[in-house]
Design a protein. Structure first.
Length: 202
């Protein structure tokens, strides 16, 4: 698995899923970050009164699906607004099981991180889970909002003097006609390092 991917998580929308004794559930969260490189660990924060939190505390495992910019508002609402105690959130949704037998969705998902909980902290309204990563599944590479490559490619789209048009779904932008001679930014690059010693000093 590509552990270097973890350092690229800077923010976004995540679908958190878990399973306990055949019961599966999930919810939308907006936080996930790498907190250790050896062993490779991530942290997530989950509302304590949620059913997903209850199941994670029992199962000690979860999967994080990093949703890309094409995710439907219907799926987000389904996992964010309805309680899994009374509703099967996975009904009519295609899923795959990870190494921990935790379900995750594949549509409009960039990457899936599977992890085992090693510690938890009570933060009042939320529980902070620290978990060791056991697998990373790159479903669609280089399409994650918030990564350096995403912003570099977005910057190169801007044109001088033309009216920017937002797509009907609100998930992208462009122009009536692409004209590279009008580009405001003509060249952009980025560099990522997997060297933990370098990362400690930046």
């Amino acid at each position: 698995m590509n552990l270097d991917f973890l350092k690229r998580i800077t923010g976004g929308l995540f679908l958190l899923t878990t399973e306990f004794n055949g019961i599966k559930n999930g919810c939308i969260i907006n936080n996930c970050m790498e907190v250790s490189t050896n062993p490779s660990c991530i942290s997530i924060s989950v509302m304590k009164n949620s059913y997903t939190n209850e199941l994670i505390e029992k199962s000690k495992k979860f999967a994080i699906s990093i949703l890309n910019k094409d995710v439907s508002s219907e799926m987000v609402k389904k996992f964010e607004l309805f309680s899994g105690r009374k509703n099967d959130k996975f009904q009519n949704i295609s899923t795959v099981m990870d190494k921990n037998n935790v379900p995750y969705v594949t549509k409009n998902v960039s990457t899936v991180i599977s992890a085992n909980v090693i510690s938890k902290f009570d933060l009042g309204t939320h529980t902070l889970f620290i978990a060791q990563v056991i697998d990373i599944n790159d479903i669609i590479k280089d399409r994650i909002n918030g990564t350096p490559s995403y912003y570099v490619n977005a910057a190169l789209k801007y044109q001088h003097g033309d009216k920017l048009k937002i797509k009907d779904d609100g998930l992208g932008f462009g122009y009536e006609k692409t004209d590279e001679t009008k580009r405001i930014i003509t060249q952009a690059s980025y560099q990522e390092s997997s060297n933990p010693q370098i990362r400690q000093h930046v």
